[in-house]
Design a protein around this ligand. Structure first.
Ligand SMILES: *Cc1c(COP(=O)(O)O)cnc(C)c1O
Length: 463
């Protein structure tokens, strides 16, 4: 039988490089709870619902593409992190994953703190009423204006990233008659991504001050002499989309080693350590993330054990999850525009968004899953690549996936786990209008970031 006679069949899997695709789920209509927000399901007609609302209704009301965010799920995950770490630790949500005023209010209400890394993120946090003392300010090149704003606002900590910044922040704080609480970000020679970590990663990167060669110790030495600074601790962030805790184990060992050296040299026990973020989520059914309570238990045990053997009082721990809180809470809803079978290869499904609303696939070769959400289908699975509408052949949203073979223009598909680093990294490439973020909860939907309009674009273009 000729291949073209069955354009919808599950053929051609043999042409894919091994290990680069997920075999079709037994039932393409099933929604793996690991990769979808908590309240996602299908109604009696087979339409996917979230927060009690069918996606068909959301598409009609808010258009596509759109990020649909499950507020209850966001709050649950934020609260789970908060509860897991308890009163003796702090959870800072990494705002760069996705930040809006609504999100800041939810975090505030759920008892989390907030990381920002630019003047714009700081402005959003303050505008939404996050108390300044619960904000941490990050970044490897904060401008003097940004530093001054942060110090004036009274942020709880500034994380210092270089020798020049140590002096800069001290000077600005002093000139404002303040003593700024700071942490010093170090690189511990550990790099962790997904399932592997390298304990001897060289420090060839822009963030942090290397522990190697005594540079971090020298940074602490200098910072301790400056009146404008109150050094409260050491900061380490080792990577992203991490599942394996052993990278944190090595990082904690090295950070505590530095705390011990500081105690021995200066007679000071720094009261805090921050182990950063980077905890992984399930983008596909192949990923198995840990629960916040397991992560909290593991990190607390590691730090406590290391401190006991160094005879140090256990410092207050903080962590900075971004992706692990917001990532799984949203999906991107698209309408299918064209379905193009390429004989002997795969079927290209073009949606009405693309790399302007999700750059991660093009940028990091990220893996995503996809589902038909406006109806169910019993058609045979077909191997697809979900692509956008941009003028770029690398404009891929989902590289390899299976969708029902009867997929047609006008169907709605959704890509789950797009809550983190999608809207926050969205661009106007091809003068695309950045999609809205619609939050849903208990049968009600609300736009928390509206869709861009052509007027928005033209307003910036002053002719
Ligand atoms: C990006 C970043 C985070 C958050 O990372 P996630 O992978 O979203 O958890 C936390 N801390 C620092 C310093 C970061 O740069």
């Amino acid at each position: 039988m000729s291949r073209s006679a069955h354009p919808a069949g599950p053929r051609h899997a043999d042409v894919l490089p091994e290990g680069h695709y997920t075999a079709p789920a037994e039932d393409l209509n099933a929604l793996d709870p690991k990769v979808w927000a908590h309240t996602v399901g299908r109604d009696a007609d087979g339409v996917v619902t979230v927060g009690g609302l069918p996606v068909t209704q959301l598409a009609e009301e808010y258009g596509t593409p759109a990020y649909i965010l499950d507020e209850a799920d966001f709050r649950d995950r934020a609260r789970a992190w908060r509860t897991a770490f308890g009163a003796d630790a702090d959870v800072f949500y990494a705002g760069k994953a996705f930040l809006s005023r609504a999100v800041v209010r939810w975090l505030h209400e759920e008892g989390l703190n907030l990381d920002v890394c630019s003047g714009g993120e700081l402005a959003t946090a303050l505008a939404a009423g996050m108390p300044a003392e619960r904000i941490a300010f990050h970044g490897n090149n904060k401008s003097p204006e940004e530093i001054e704003r942060a110090v004036r606002a009274g942020v709880g900590r500034i994380v210092l990233d270089s020798f020049q910044e140590i002096v800069r922040v001290a000077h600005i704080a002093q000139s404002l008659g303040k003593r700024q609480r700071v942490q010093i970000r170090i690189t511990v020679g550990v790099e962790a991504h997904t399932h592997e970590f390298i304990a001897t990663a060289h420090e060839d990167q822009k963030f942090g001050i290397p522990l190697a060669g005594g540079q971090a110790a020298e940074a602490v030495r200098r910072a301790l002499t400056l009146d404008g600074l109150e050094v409260i601790g050491i900061h380490s962030h080792i990577g992203s989309q991490i599942f394996d805790m052993s990278g944190f184990e090595v990082a904690a060992h090295r950070v505590v080693g530095l705390l011990k050296d500081i105690r021995d040299e200066h007679g000071v026990e720094l009261p805090e350590i921050d182990l950063g973020g980077g905890l992984g989520i399930a983008y596909t059914s192949d990923d198995d993330p840990r629960e916040p309570h397991e992560i909290a238990k593991a990190l607390t045990e590691i730090v406590t054990r290391e401190c006991e053997s160094a005879r140090l009082a256990t410092p207050r721990i903080s962590v900075e999850p971004g992706r692990a809180i917001v990532g799984p809470t949203a999906f991107t809803l698209y309408e299918v525009g064209t379905v193009k079978p390429l004989d002997g290869l795969r079927t290209y499904v073009s949606v009405d968004g693309g790399m302007s609303d999700n750059i991660r696939t093009a940028l990091y070769d990220a893996e995503y899953s996809v589902a038909l959400v406006s109806r169910t289908s019993d058609a045979e699975p077909m191997l697809v690549r979900v692509v956008g509408k941009h003028c770029e052949s690398g404009d891929i949203v989902v590289k390899d996936a299976f969708l029902p073979g009867d997929l047609a223009p006008g169907d709605l598909v959704a890509v789950p786990a797009t809550g983190a680093y999608c809207r926050s990294m969205a661009s106007n490439y091809n003068h695309a209008l950045r999609p809205p973020v619609v939050s849903v909860r208990d049968g009600a939907a609300r736009v928390i970031v509206r869709r861009e309009t052509e007027e928005d674009l033209l307003r910036l273009d002053v002719g």
